[in-house]
Design a protein around this ligand. Structure first.
Ligand code: ADP
Length: 559
């Protein structure tokens, strides 16, 4: 059926009118209301409305409309289900027409619709933007039963699509507003200025903060890239020019730090510029970016560098004075070993002469004292020996090499036997082989020697001593254990026994100097290792040291 020309013309005019409004207005309610008014005019119905799909995806709210009684717009809702005409149009995307509501069998219409006198209805979908749910339904309502021609429906579809594009434009506009608010807040929080430069002319305009960073008014129009470069100190000019050239030719990010001399402040300021070329929209190419005054950060960095240098100087001073006091200690150790030892030997020697040649004259008491003099001199000699060994382990140059711990263990056992611990009282069980370690062989021998000697010495009185020496590989390290069934150590003493002169017993029960474990600690530390003990009182002690494992490839000319 041909539409009469005036009607068609009216619809065309209304599309044009609505198109204009859609471009001009940013007010969604105004646009939707006007859309309802114009569509009623175009189709010749009494009233119309837009129902908007709610975030739940199930409810449609009457968002705008014309010709309705109070209490409908912004209030009434319709279910987006298959048994409502609106729900069905939404689901299928096809227009739903009811020429006579009273005779409608497919759908139920909302009470408020009937109450408002609607007799005939046409629903068309207002689609959403890309990948978004539909916005809702445009509905034209008539108070008289009527058909909607094909042309009417075609018009309604075009109209609803125009409306959809408009709604989407507003949504995007809204998102842009949100994004620029966030951007503004971020710029403010970071104390950053923003700018935009016309690449061709170099003319630059910036935010207020940008202007204050450079101490200018870029909005005057005479602030250009050349003017900016004029402020940059000579040494930094090539750097900033290169960075800008690279950003403009490769389209990469501009990121450069430089110093400027501002007209209004005497000291130099450090500035960081970041930007990116923007030429996508056609038109003149622009560089947009941000600027920051990073002087404070630079000052802090410089202060840090200065502090580090001072620290390094201090460390090297201390190292020198440490070396000096080590040298003094060396001298002291030498004195102790030679000067102190000679009179000690003399004392011991004379006491022995007394014992041997004047035993009869001395009487019992005299002999007793002579024996005690010899004993004390012997102990002091042991103390001197141990102290010298301790000072040596702290001072010798460490030569780390591929080392088989078995050799140090064999030596330790030989020394043990030589010291009078024979197999009848002290048995030693040694693992058949040991993983090689990186160690200084002399120090390792000293360390293991001390551990083995202690294991034998701190024997429980009621049982013969049994020592187990074994090792285990732990990732990149090897742990060597020296375990005994001796008197054990109470937990509260286990840490301090590694300090020099710490002993838990009197000389009568267990003689010693309290230096052995200090040598273990110091020696292991000098080899970059760790040490420790697990012990139970009256059950036994398990001392361990841990050193870096050596690989067979490192073994060079080792027997
Ligand atoms: P010293 O053996 O000369 O006393 P060390 O430094 O070697 O000195 O040991 C310090 C103290 O740690 C010892 O006096 C002893 O009390 C305790 N100790 C060391 N090894 C053992 C061990 N295997 N069993 C029990 N106690 C030990």
């Amino acid at each position: 059926m041909d539409q009469d020309p005036p009607q068609q013309l009216r619809q065309q005019t209304i599309l044009a009118q609505f198109g204009e409004l859609a471009l001009e207005s940013d007010d969604l309610d105004e646009i939707l209301t006007e859309a309802c008014r114009l569509v009623g005019e175009a189709i010749g119905t009494d009233f119309a409305k837009v129902v908007q799909l709610q975030p739940d995806g199930k409810t449609l709210l009457v968002r705008a409309g014309v010709g309705w009684k109070d209490g409908v717009i912004g209030v009434k809702t319709i279910k987006a289900s298959d048994d409502t005409s609106e729900g069905y149009a939404l689901k299928t995307g096809e227009p739903m027409i009811s020429p006579d509501i009273d005779k409608e069998t497919r759908f139920r219409y909302a009470d408020f619709l009937i109450d408002n006198g609607a007799k005939a209805v046409a629903n068309v979908i207002i689609i959403g933007g890309k990948d978004r749910p539909p916005f809702g339904i445009l509905q034209v309502d008539s108070r008289v039963r009527r058909e909607f021609s094909e042309e009417d429906i075609a018009f309604l579809r075009t109209y609803a699509n125009l409306l959809a594009a408009t709604v989407d434009r507003l949504r995007v506009l809204d998102e842009i507003r949100d994004a620029s608010t966030r951007l503004r807040l971020a710029l403010e929080a970071g104390d950053l200025g923003s700018f935009e430069m016309d690449v061709e002319s170099g003319r630059t305009t910036g935010s207020d903060r940008y202007d204050s960073i450079f101490g200018i008014a870029s909005s005057d129009g005479d602030w250009t890239w050349d003017a900016l470069q004029g402020q940059v100190v000579k040494d930094d000019q090539a750097r900033i020019a290169d960075a800008m050239r690279a950003a403009l030719t490769d389209g990469g990010e501009l990121r450069v730090e430089f110093r400027i001399k501002r007209a209004d402040v005497s000291e130099l300021r450090w500035i960081e510029l970041r930007g990116r070329l923007d030429d996508k929209m056609g038109g003149p190419a622009r560089l947009v970016g941000i600027a920051a005054d990073i002087s404070d950060r630079k000052l802090a960095e410089q202060a840090l560098v200065a502090t580090n240098e001072t620290l390094e100087a201090q460390v090297s001073d201390r190292t020198i004075s440490l070396a000096e006091s080590n040298a003094q200690l060396d001298a002291f150790a030498y004195t102790v070993s030679h000067d102190l030892r000679a009179p000690l030997r003399a004392m011991e020697g004379f006491a022995r002469i007394l014992q041997e040649d004047y035993a009869a004259d001395l009487g019992e008491e005299g002999n007793h004292y002579a024996t005690r003099i010899v004993g004390a001199a012997k102990r002091m000699e042991g103390l001197i020996d141990d102290l010298l060994a301790f000072s040596r382990v702290q001072r010798v140059d460490v030569a780390m090499k591929w080392t088989d711990p078995a050799r140090a263990i064999r030596n330790a056992i030989t020394e043990l036997r030589a010291a009078g611990f024979d197999e009848s009282t002290v048995s030693v069980e040694v693992a058949p082989s040991f993983p090689p370690v990186r160690a200084d062989r002399t120090i390792l021998a000293q360390v293991i020697g001390n551990l083995v000697l202690n294991a034998a010495k701190f024997k429980a009185p009621d049982r013969s001593a049994h020592i187990v020496i074994r090792a285990e590989r732990r990732a990149e390290r090897v742990r060597i254990w020296v375990e005994d069934n001796g008197i054990g150590i109470a937990p509260e003493h286990q840490a301090r026994i590694f300090n020099v002169f710490e002993r838990l017993h009197g000389q009568e029960t267990y003689p010693g100097t309290g230096v052995g474990l200090a040598i273990v600690k110091s020696g292991v530390e000098r080899m970059g290792g760790t040490y420790g003990v697990e012990a139970d009182l009256d059950v036994g002690s398990r001392f361990w040291i841990e050193l870096e494992a050596a690989e067979d490839g490192e073994r060079k000319g080792v027997s």
